[in-house]
Design a protein around this ligand. Structure first.
Ligand SMILES: Cc1cc2nc3c(=O)[nH]c(=O)nc-3n(C[C@H](O)[C@H](O)[C@H](O)COP(=O)(O)OP(=O)(O)OC[C@H]3O[C@@H](n4cnc5c(N)ncnc54)[C@H](O)[C@@H]3O)c2cc1C
Length: 530
């Protein structure tokens, strides 16, 4: 088995995850409550059968990771400590200080290192997914170190390529979060599901958009506007700061728009009342980020915060077996949409999804590979990818990808944000399609074959433009407000018409949208209040 990663695996975005991972491990908590919170958080768009698997497997998964070597925080009685998190009716977020993702990633990667049957190809970018005869045949990839392009024949492929947040300029996601797997799958004929649902995290530092974990509010952090008001009391009287992310993000944007923000266009997240010892031990990274990147000390003053893009609820459409519509192609993690997060993801449910559905994808891909016939990936497939890359490198005049990327990001920041106006969305579609035309003529100025990041950025930009187009098309078509998707002209949720998933498939004219019913098992949709 081969694992291909464009980064050293420990540099994956999962390593930036701070706050924790949800599991109903306490005897007073229940899997059913976790499912309910997840479905309510999703604004009833989650497929409830998929959410049930997620929450049922949560406890065993966290314990398996603990046995594998993840060092979680402990409560005084020695049990796994838990903190409060947004939209959760019970404190069920297990954590390792404010670097939970890194702790999980390290334990998992060490396990991979122990297994001699797994070969890891570090710093290889998959640039094409080959699908023929109705099934996947493998990928074509480029080695960063040498620029060498090679075919990787495979009976089954699992795409776990992570986030696409860099489509936006203001994002908490790492620079490598460019949605490659989603774009490769889409181009090869896979459906993308619910791409219009983009999560904005309420508390990010201005300018850098560095995330201040929800764990900070879970530990008791309070939001205040410039008038000193704890404004969340008005928007979510019961959950206050720990309402779900879409609710808190809208509240902050509204406070600032209505003139109650600070002059720098932010509100404040206060931790001072928690005391120096708690803040510096449980939120070490947050203290360091605030001091380094915002020049403030959260032990004595409020942190300036504003929402930024954080998570894509949408992704490669899969069923609860992690299968896509292409035989032999599986997807899991943020690149996939099964869908457990529906229209709005709850914090600390995503690390959980990567592990639960990652395992399901791996098991089912292995079973499929056992019975499938050999792959037909050929030299012609590799040459086709080589020709595309050479054409990019040989072009002598044109714009740089950086210029097009900056325009794409500002288009998405300004026109496809927390609140969506129909005119803005129409404008965004026009701008993205113009950028796509300009992209076909962009140049790569660095012609070298060694660590040519200029070339890689150009390839990644192509992926992001395709996905941006799908996000905007889905947002324009969905004439309702649900979870993170809020249309100013359709402010209400419309269950009659829109209890359904958007599926986008590629055509020469752009994305073709069709719809799929939502699976409801136990929880009938009702109005969401926090
Ligand atoms: C700052 C931050 C904090 C977060 N905090 C939390 C939290 O506390 N709790 C929680 O549940 N969730 C959190 N999330 C969300 C969660 O971390 C992510 O959704 C999740 O970690 C994504 O995992 P993944 O495995 O899907 O992707 P990643 O961890 O990004 O891994 C993707 C992998 O795919 C590889 N790859 C990508 N493209 C290619 C290509 N073309 N070719 C080859 N390899 C490729 C990359 O090299 C990488 O190894 C946070 C997210 C961010 C950004």
């Amino acid at each position: 088995m081969g694992v291909l990663s464009k980064l050293h695996p420990l540099r994956s975005h999962s390593g930036a995850a701070q706050g924790g991972i949800n599991a109903a491990l306490d005897p007073k908590d229940s899997v059913k409550d976790h499912v309910y919170d997840t479905v309510k958080g999703s604004d009833y768009l989650a497929d409830q059968d998929a959410a049930e698997i997620l929450c049922k497997e949560a406890g065993p998964t966290v314990i398996e990771m603990e046995h594998m070597g993840t060092i979680f925080n402990r409560a005084p009685d020695g049990s796994l400590d838990r903190r409060a998190f947004g939209g959760a009716s019970y404190n069920r977020t297990i954590y390792a200080a404010d670097r939970t993702g890194l702790a999980l990633l390290q334990a998992l990667y060490e396990e991979v290192g122990r297994d001699r049957k797994i070969r890891v190809y570090e710093e290889w970018d998959a640039i094409d997914l080959i699908v023929r005869d109705g099934r996947v045949q493998g990928v074509v990839a480029m080695e960063r170190k040498s620029g060498h392009i090679e075919g990787f024949a495979a009976k089954a492929v699992v795409l776990a390529t992570g986030p696409a947040g860099r489509i936006y300029g203001k994002t908490t996601n790492s620079h490598e979060s460019t949605g490659d797997g989603c774009a490769l799958a889409y181009r090869a004929g896979a459906f993308l599901k619910d791409m219009e649902f983009v999560q904005f995290h309420p508390t990010c530092l201005p300018h850098t958009s560095i995330l201040i974990t929800e764990g900070a509010r879970g530990e008791g952090g309070i939001l205040r506007n410039a008038k000193g008001e704890r404004f969340m009391e008005r928007y979510a009287p019961h959950f206050k700061e720990l309402a779900s992310r879409d609710v808190v993000s809208r509240a902050i944007v509204t406070e600032v728009r209505e003139g109650r923000g600070f002059p720098d266009g932010t509100v404040r997240l206060e931790l001072m009342h928690l005391g120096k010892e708690k803040v510096e031990s449980k939120l070490q990274e947050i203290v360091s980020y605030s001091r380094t990147f915002a020049g403030i000390d959260p032990v004595v003053e409020g942190i300036p915060v504003f929402p930024a893009q954080h998570y894509m609820m949408g992704g490669i459409s899969t069923n609860p077996k992690a299968e896509t519509n292409i035989s032999g192609l599986y997807a899991a993690g943020e690149a996939a949409c099964v869908s457990v997060h529906g229209a709005n993801r709850l914090g600390a449910n995503s690390l959980l999804e990567t592990l639960v559905y990652g395992k399901i994808a791996g098991q089912n891909a292995a079973a499929y590979a056992k019975t499938a016939t050999a792959s037909t990936l050929s030299q012609a497939d590799v040459e086709a990818s080589q020709n595309t890359v050479h054409a990019l490198l040989e072009r002598k005049d044109g714009e740089t990808p950086a210029k097009i990327r900056t325009e794409m990001q500002s288009t998405m920041d300004e026109l496809v944000g927390v609140y969506r106006h129909p005119d803005d969305l129409i404008n965004a579609i026009t701008r993205i399609s113009q950028l796509k035309v300009r992209y076909t003529k962009c140049i790569v100025t660095d012609k070298s074959t060694t660590f040519n990041l200029n070339l890689i950025e150009a390839i990644e930009l192509g992926h992001m433009l395709d996905l941006a187009e799908v996000i905007v098309a889905g947002a324009l078509a969905r004439t309702e407000s649900r979870g993170a998707h809020v249309r100013t002209d359709y402010p209400k949720r419309d269950d009659q018409k829109w209890m359904r998933h958007t599926l986008a498939s590629v055509t020469k004219e752009g994305p073709n949208l069709t719809y799929l019913p939502v699976t409801v098992t136990e929880f009938q949709p009702k109005e969401r209040a926090y």
